[in-house]
Write a protein that binds this ligand. Structure first.
Ligand SMILES: Nc1nc2c(ncn2[C@@H]2O[C@H](COP(=O)(O)OP(=O)(O)O)[C@@H](O)[C@H]2O)c(=O)[nH]1
Ligand SMILES: [Mg+2]
Length: 325
């Protein structure tokens, strides 16, 4: 969706392009010089108009409507750019399209009715000046959209419609190890706002179709309270994506965090995300304790098949299907 947004030219670049193309326009030679010059001027005006309208229309078509986006992307974009300014900028482009179309119509009519070659030339110049001024008036809007494009292109590239599992838990509890065990292909890194690490996206093929697995280094691996408001909202955007959060505990504490600390993070995530959570105890090869949670070893693979069954059960329950629709 975001890959299709074209590069946004500056006002000067659009103006250059309009007149460069208009300059190349030719009409058949004719004995009637006045008629020939009128036709030439009109053809040039229409070419300049077409360049401007085509360029701007493409932007209007290719920049997505934020309000129609999946809530995951919508909530991230609301943090990253001024939504009103975005709407206004696209509106300004529409205004410019209409303005240039009507100027072209008006000036071509005037030229048709003019009686002198010089006048045709003068009117053509006048159109150029006015059309250029319209484009200059949307210069800041074009600039804003160029920035918006850069922001949108850096958004994580995820299929928001695919059932998605988000993995959480303190560092070193085995999240990456588990994601690589569950993924059918090598997980990919996707950019994520406010973290340089990005998120890791893997895919699991199941009899019910593909499931996306997301590892979130630096996001869901420490208390949310330590983040600033914007970071926190960017992290919470994951709730729109996740059908299920798999929270990994490491009772062996070889990760370097006390189990109690880990459980506090679990409680916080439970409170902050309105998403079903599956608690999994990892590193069962090192330590097993009495608890109601499923036990696995991401390292040896023990219990992982059972975990997949549990995940699929949770992802395919009626409520989950409803959430997707
Ligand atoms: N013994 C044992 N070690 C594990 C297990 N899962 C992960 N590890 C190790 O724990 C360390 C941290 O794992 P990693 O997947 O990078 O943790 P993450 O920070 O949560 O992504 C690595 O050295 C892993 O090899 C497990 O089930 N058993
Ligand atoms: Mg990791």
């Amino acid at each position: 969706m975001f890959r299709e947004i074209p590069t946004v030219l500056t006002a000067e670049e659009i103006i250059d392009k309009m007149f460069r193309r208009a300059k190349k326009v030719e009409v058949p030679l004719s004995r009637n010089k006045l008629l020939m010059h009128r036709n030439l001027s009109i053809a040039k005006i229409f070419t300049a108009r077409d360049v401007a309208v085509h360029t701007l229309k493409r932007y209007v078509d290719k920049f997505p409507y934020i309000n129609k986006m999946h809530p995951f992307y919508r909530s991230l974009l609301e943090l990253l750019l001024d939504k009103n300014q975005y709407k206004k900028s696209l509106g300004a482009l529409n205004w410019a399209i209409g303005k240039i179309e009507s100027l072209a119509t008006k000036y071509s009519r005037k030229i048709k009715g003019c009686g002198k070659i010089e006048e045709a030339l003068k009117l053509r110049k006048e159109f150029y000046g006015r059309a250029a001024s319209v484009i200059k008036q949307i210069s800041s809007n074009l600039q804003f959209l160029a920035q918006a494009r850069e922001i949108m292109r850096r958004l994580p590239d995820i299929d928001a419609r695919e059932p998605t599992i988000v993995i959480a838990g303190y560092p070193n509890v085995g999240k990456s190890e588990l994601v690589s065990k569950l993924s059918t292909a090598k997980p990919e890194i996707a950019a994520y706002p406010f973290t340089t690490k990005g998120i890791i996206v893997g895919h699991m093929e199941t009899e019910y179709g593909r499931v996306q697995i997301i590892d979130t280094p630096g996001l869901l691996d420490r208390p949310l309270e330590k983040r600033n408001k914007i970071e926190k909202q960017a992290i919470l955007a994951l709730k729109y994506l996740a059908n299920l959060i798999v929270f990994l505990l490491d009772p062996s504490e070889t990760c370097g965090y006390k189990l109690e600390e880990q459980e506090n993070l679990l409680d916080e995530i439970k409170l902050s995300f309105n998403v079903p959570i599956l608690v999994v105890e990892n590193k069962a090869d090192l330590l097993r304790r009495e608890s109601g949670f499923i036990k696995i070893s991401a390292k040896t693979g023990e219990g992982v098949d059972m975990l997949v069954d549990l995940i699929m059960e949770r992802v395919n329950t009626h409520s989950q299907v409803q959430r997707r629709l």
